[in-house]
Design a protein around this ligand. Sequence first.
Ligand SMILES: Nc1ncnc2c1ncn2[C@@H]1O[C@H](COP(=O)(O)OP(=O)(O)O)[C@@H](O)[C@H]1O
Ligand SMILES: [Mg+2]
Length: 314
Amino acid sequence: MLDALYAHRLVFVTGKGGVGKSTLTAALGMHAARSGRRTLVCETDTFSAMEPLLAVGRPVGHQPVVAAQNLWACNIQSEQSLADLVHRFVPSARLAKAAVSNRLARLFFRTAPSMYELSVLYRIKSLMDERDGDGPRYDTIIIDLPATGHAITFLSVPETANKVLRVGSVAEMSAELAAQLRDPNITDLVIVCIPEEMPVNESIELHKAAHDKLGLLAETIFINMVRPAPVPEDGRAALEFLADKFEDEPGPGGIGVLAEGGELGLDWSRQDREYIGKLHRGIQGANFIEVPYIYRNESDVDLIRRIADHLNAP
Ligand SMILES: Nc1ncnc2c1ncn2[C@@H]1O[C@H](COP(=O)(O)OP(=O)(O)O)[C@@H](O)[C@H]1O
Ligand SMILES: [Mg+2]
């Protein structure tokens, strides 16, 4: 089911903050690596989320480190990426680093529109271009996009830069990057959503914007943290009957109380189904994958393993 997704060189994981982007990036990375693809998961945060989620056992920084068989992780540092980018146009690495660490230059890069995005994307591109023997070092790179800012704006930066600059080597590089980000054979977008009003609305908009502004289909949509129903929906009548009949039974463990708890669980699950229905109606032809809310995890990596196992299910 996910083979078509993993066939892309770049997979960007997007969605509203807190919906489980980092969790799914880690689980997808683990799952892709298990399927035999050489997979790199990338993040761009101050603190690495992948380090605990994948139990890497050592710091995850700018340079990729091995996380498991076929799996690498890195946490792209924007300043380092900027130095790499400048180095492309300034012959000496020392000079490039000096240029970036200079206070004025730093201020310029920080305020220059989209320099941050451009340098992070440039870093991702250079990781994509790394070779190991005859082939690419990584088959698939899965990127946990920063929660701040809009994914589409982020991914449109090379195109904008190219239009503004027009000529010169930065323009050339931006043009190549923009073409790769717009090529549906190279780049794919994963949307992570949860069954709630705002995330559902934003996912529908994001899916449309990915198509209209980048020409990408974003066919894989994760609906995360779906609450499993405690009993099948047709058990509702029995629960209502029991809640009524044993309403006056004393004590917290009484049958009436348990039946009410069951009804509450069914209400939660029914509400989830309504939002999931809305998402299906709002996005045509996508591959929807539901991930249950997984309670009682022993550790971060236990949660990731259980989600990765779930991704095997047909
Ligand atoms: N399917 C799930 N079941 C249970 N908890 C989950 C699930 N997915 C994510 N979480 C938890 O939700 C919180 C937010 O997830 P995270 O991946 O950090 O979100 P994001 O990166 O989108 O901000 C974390 O505490 C994570 O452990
Ligand atoms: Mg995150």
